[in-house]
Design a protein around this ligand. Structure first.
Ligand code: MLT
Length: 309
């Protein structure tokens, strides 16, 4: 296409359904955040946004597919701290590069990490949990969403702080991992808050601590890791929309404007806050700010994850 006809296409965008790839199972945190925000974006853009859950390899299978999709704005991905940062040091043959193969569109939410356990795991608080993990290292197991996923990387960080290496049990996302935790089939998990608030409040699992400096308003009774005696474990993930590299800037700008509008909508905000997520302030919502976040997160996680693996 000539420059003027591709510009005309970008100006008319979107004229048909958009596919949003979610790199984990339905019902997990990435899926839930993507559905909340894209539900509102679809109204702004006047087109349906179809969620396609593509699972495997800690989200990297889907992210590789999104990197190779047509760069016309009709295939997007909701990625996160795992797919677009931690995967770089963890997969030496990663089939994409988060910076070189994507256009950042916009940050959706920050998601504090919780240390969660099946409701009948013996320890009553974080101090007891730490002693229990150390004493039962070869027997206890941690559910996660595959190598490089947020849940995997967060518990790797926790384990390195504690000096233990318990068994990991991989799932296609922490949606199914949460079902296994509720059913008592796995022992514990380091998960994004949006996946856990209803279960904690319903008493089907327990939360030992939130790994952020402040308590989360959605879970006022859950102590911070600092309050509970483990200040060295601090973790918060993030979720964001990316388009394949070369997607026209006009299209990226329209998508970003729809993200910003969604994050300002009262119903969207209420839903995200009820689930404990942190809504990005205006300055963090631009494509450029997301590009900087990805660069900084790769730089942050590369030495940490090389040291613990
Ligand atoms: C993760 O651990 O990366 C996420 O919880 C994945 C998901 O959305 O299931």
């Amino acid at each position: 296409l000539g420059v003027s006809s591709s510009q005309a296409l970008a100006q008319a965008y979107p004229t048909r359904n958009i596919t949003m790839i979610v790199p984990f199972a339905a019902g997990g945190p990435t899926d839930v955040i993507a559905r909340i925000v894209t539900g509102h974006m679809a109204q702004t853009l006047g087109q349906t946004i179809i969620i396609e859950n593509v699972v495997g390899a800690g989200g990297t299978t889907a992210t590789a597919r999104a990197a190779k999709a047509a760069n016309d704005g009709y295939t997007l991905i909701t990625g996160h701290m795992g797919t677009h940062a931690a995967s770089v040091p963890l997969y030496p043959k990663l089939a994409y590069h988060p910076e070189k193969d994507f256009e950042p569109v916009g940050l959706l939410a920050g998601t504090p990490i919780l240390i969660l356990a099946r409701k009948d795991l013996p320890p009553k608080d974080l101090k007891e949990f730490i002693a229990y993990v150390k004493a039962n290292e070869s027997k206890i197991n941690a559910a996660h969403a595959g190598v490089g996923s947020v849940s995997n990387v967060s518990c790797e960080l926790l384990h390195s702080v504690l000096g233990v290496k318990p068994i990991g049990v991989p799932f296609n996302g922490t949606g199914p991992a949460m079902n296994a935790l509720v059913a008592g089939q796995v022992d514990y998990m380091c998960d994004q808050i949006v996946n856990a608030v209803p279960q904690i409040n319903g008493g089907t699992i327990k939360a030992y601590a939130v790994a952020t400096p402040e308590r989360n308003p959605s879970l006022p009774n859950v102590p911070t890791t600092t309050e509970a005696g483990l200040p060295a474990f601090q973790a918060q993930a993030w979720n964001a929309i990316f388009a394949p590299k070369g997607t026209p800037p006009e299209v990226v700008a329209k998508l970003n404007a729809a993200v910003v509008k969604a994050l300002d909508d009262e119903t969207v905000r209420k839903r995200l806050l009820e689930l404990g997520s942190v809504i990005p302030p205006a300055a963090d919502r631009t494509p450029a700010a997301l590009g900087t976040l990805v660069k900084n997160e790769i730089a942050k996680w590369t030495p940490v994850l090389k040291a613990v693996n």
